[in-house]
Design a protein around this ligand. Structure first.
Ligand SMILES: CCCCCCCC/C=C\C=C\CC(=O)SCCNC(=O)CCNC(=O)[C@H](O)C(C)(C)COP(=O)(O)OP(=O)(O)OC[C@H]1O[C@@H](n2cnc3c(N)ncnc32)[C@H](O)[C@@H]1OP(=O)(O)O
Length: 244
């Protein structure tokens, strides 16, 4: 089991992403490890998504390093040979949602206050093509088109209806259920399951691998625009004001 613990809200900073990727690599190379349950140690928060401060007022070199780390995390998780189960025990916007979507199975706590989705459009930014591809592979084209254009965050019951998560359980039963699902998936021979998983995900993974440097350039170009920087600053201010 991997438990995110980066207070206050498990934002995906460069350090967090690097550590996450290294941990995934270690587990991947450990023949005794056939599956991983991903959850959070922070109450009410799975992950608040990419750390916005990493994308504000930084150098081009920093943006490149950060984006490469985001790509690396996704390539490792989405392309993992292990069985991956997300036990979503709190809010899961944007990059947090991407992590859940990249797993093989998603179980969410049945709390309508917890929401999940790719809300990038609400921040005035665009979900990259591989976030979009991952989303489409889970919920299908029509639901993804609407959800991404509106940048919708869905409360747990709605997320279940759309197929964004596979099931809801009472919060106290989340890890028990995740373990049961893991046991069910691990009962199959690894080889057949791994080849099938790879067959289903290969096209989407290959697309980023083939365009990785181009994608970094797009990101830098996009995030460096003054209008985008302004949107992100205003969003951060709004988050801070919400408290007071
Ligand atoms: C042409 C094509 C080009 C393509 C280019 C591609 C470009 C793509 C670029 C970017 C993609 C980004 C994807 C993302 O993941 S962006 C992040 C989106 N995340 C969010 O919108 C979530 C924002 N946060 C929240 O909604 C809440 O914080 C929540 C997670 C629900 C928790 O709420 P609560 O418990 O009430 O906590 P607070 O809101 O008070 O937050 C506590 C402190 O944490 C700070 N915070 C929150 N989220 C983030 C974040 N994502 N990054 C950095 N910091 C964050 C918040 O400001 C509080 O700070 P402080 O205590 O100092 O006030």
């Amino acid at each position: 089991m991997m438990k995110f613990k980066s207070p206050p809200v498990n934002s995906l900073s460069l350090d967090f992403l690097t550590e996450f990727s290294i941990s995934l690599e270690k587990l991947e190379n450990d023949r005794a490890c056939r599956g991983v349950i991903i959850t959070s140690a922070i109450p009410k928060i799975f992950s608040s998504g990419l750390d916005i401060t990493e994308m504000c007022g930084k150098s081009v070199e920093h943006y490149a390093e950060f984006w490469r780390a985001v790509q690396e995390m996704w390539l490792r998780l989405y392309g993992s040979n292990m069985v991956t189960v997300a036990a979503v025990n709190g809010a899961s916007p944007a990059g947090g949602c991407l992590i859940a979507l990249s797993c093989d199975y998603r179980i969410m706590a049945e709390n309508p206050k917890f929401s999940i989705g790719l809300n990038e459009a609400q921040l005035g930014i665009v979900a990259p093509f591989w976030f979009k591809d991952t989303f489409v592979n889970v919920v299908g084209q029509r639901i993804a088109e609407r959800a991404l254009q509106l940048g919708s965050l869905y409360p747990a019951p709605e997320a279940l209806k759309l197929g964004l998560v596979d099931e809801l359980v009472p919060e106290e039963k989340l890890l028990e259920k995740a373990s049961a699902v893991m046991a069910q998936w691990l009962a199959l021979p690894d080889h057949a399951r791994q080849i099938t998983k790879s067959m289903m995900r290969k096209a989407v993974l290959d697309r980023l691998v083939a365009h990785r440097e181009e994608d970094i350039k797009y990101f830098i170009n996009f995030i460096s625009k003054e209008s985008i920087q302004k949107s992100l600053r205003m969003y951060m201010e709004m988050l801070k004001k919400k408290k007071s």
